[in-house]
Ligand binder design. Structure first.
Ligand code: DCP
Ligand code: MG
Length: 357
């Protein structure tokens, strides 16, 4: 049985803007993608929850949103690069918690955490993730947990913002919902199904296969039947990685190499395990320091290909000492990154599970 966690940040672009413009806190905020034509031509990228209460939402023309907005509503131009850099730091946190990790958009990712064996442990991990994102980036997210990607994503949408929804029994969770809530069913299909008497996902799950094929075509009918029954075998797909990074927040701000290195020990272990699991050797090792103004400082070295824990620790320690002596920085967060990978050339032996297969 798999356990999949789905994470989605709350009103992401708008929350990023609230953070750097504290005067916006508590006010409706609309982040816009203005088109080149100027004026109010363009679409709403997102709105914070306050602005959503007035019916403003993603994709809506900015001119529509202006008509619905109260006088105190702030309309801001989207700054994608800014959101992306925040997203990258959060994705690093998420990736470090998963057996397998797949980012699916700027603010959304799946984590396969099946090795945790048990929903309770997955819920604990989800709480830890929420706390870590809140303490390091001051952002909230919503999390869904289920046996597959479909159910975990629907669980995330179930309670937002700042939600945490574990689903142990997908049928019990899905069946009472209106059929239009099932991912992959657009308004048109929902309408046709409603006309055929299918109003809930439960109705769809037990709807006659022949009749369903008549409405949506044979291939889609099979897929929709599976989805309605909470079945989804699609894997969490890790992309080919270019680097592995781990970052941690220090218990105290510091410029003391041995104090910072203590925190880096577990990160080095994490990276070593990840390299082993992926059968990779790295040639470049970097140490990162983030100071209290979120400025990142790094120092790197390239060496013979390795996955050894000792080597990673030794190089990290050397790089850290070098970085601190070159720059007068006080670290708030610190991390290690390895890159420049090559595949491990294993001796095939009979005890090697890949060889046995
Ligand atoms: N986005 C966009 N245009 C859209 C939808 C989204 O530019 N039509 C951008 C802005 C969002 C970000 O992508 O902040 C993430 O999309 P989500 O669908 O997750 O929306 P939010 O994070 O804004 O809100 P929610 O709290 O519902 O997740
Ligand atoms: Mg979101």
């Amino acid at each position: 049985m798999r356990i999949i966690i789905h994470v989605d940040l709350d009103s992401f672009y708008a929350s990023c803007e609230e953070l750097r413009h504290p005067e916006l806190m508590g006010k409706p905020v609309v982040v816009c993608m203005f088109s080149a034509r100027g004026n109010d031509s363009g679409a709403v990228a997102t709105a914070n929850y306050k602005a959503r209460e007035m019916g403003i939402k993603s994709g809506m023309p900015i001119s529509f949103a202006r008509k619905r907005a109260s006088i105190e509503t702030a309309f801001l131009k989207a700054d994608i690069q800014h959101y992306r850099s925040i997203s990258q730091r959060i994705m690093l946190i998420l990736e470090s918690k998963a057996d397998k990790f797949q980012q699916v958009s700027v603010d959304e990712a799946y984590l396969d955490v099946s090795s945790l064996s048990g929903m309770e442990k997955a819920v604990d991990l989800a709480k830890e993730i929420k706390e870590e994102i809140l303490s390091s980036e001051k952002l909230t997210c919503s999390i869904g947990i289920g046996p597959n990607k479909l159910v975990s994503k629907m669980a995330t949408s179930f309670r937002k913002p700042d939600g945490l929804t574990p689903v142990g029994n997908p049928k019990e969770f899905l069946f009472p919902m209106p059929v239009k809530k099932l991912h992959g069913i657009g308004p048109k299909t929902a309408e046709m199904l409603n006309e055929a008497g299918v109003t809930t996902i439960g109705d769809l799950a037990s709807f006659d296969a022949g009749k369903l094929s008549g409405i949506v075509g044979k291939n889609r009918a099979v897929l929709l039947h599976q989805k309605a029954n909470g079945i989804d075998d699609s894997p969490v797909e890790e992309k080919d990685i270019k680097q592995i990074s781990r970052l941690t927040t220090l218990t105290d701000n510091s410029s003391d190499a041995s104090f910072i290195m203590e925190s880096l020990q577990t990160l080095a272990e994490d990276i070593h395990h990840k390299l082993e699991k992926r059968r990779l050797l790295c040639r470049t090792i970097s140490v990162m320091i983030i100071d209290s103004s979120i400025q990142m400082h790094t120092k790197s070295m390239t060496t013979e290909a390795t996955d050894s824990l000792d080597a990673i620790r030794t190089y990290a320690s050397r790089l850290l000492a070098g970085l601190l002596s070159e720059k007068n920085v006080v670290a708030r967060r610190a991390g290690i990154r390895v890159s420049n990978f090559e595949a491990r050339k294993d001796q095939k032996s009979l005890s090697d599970p890949l060889f046995r297969r």
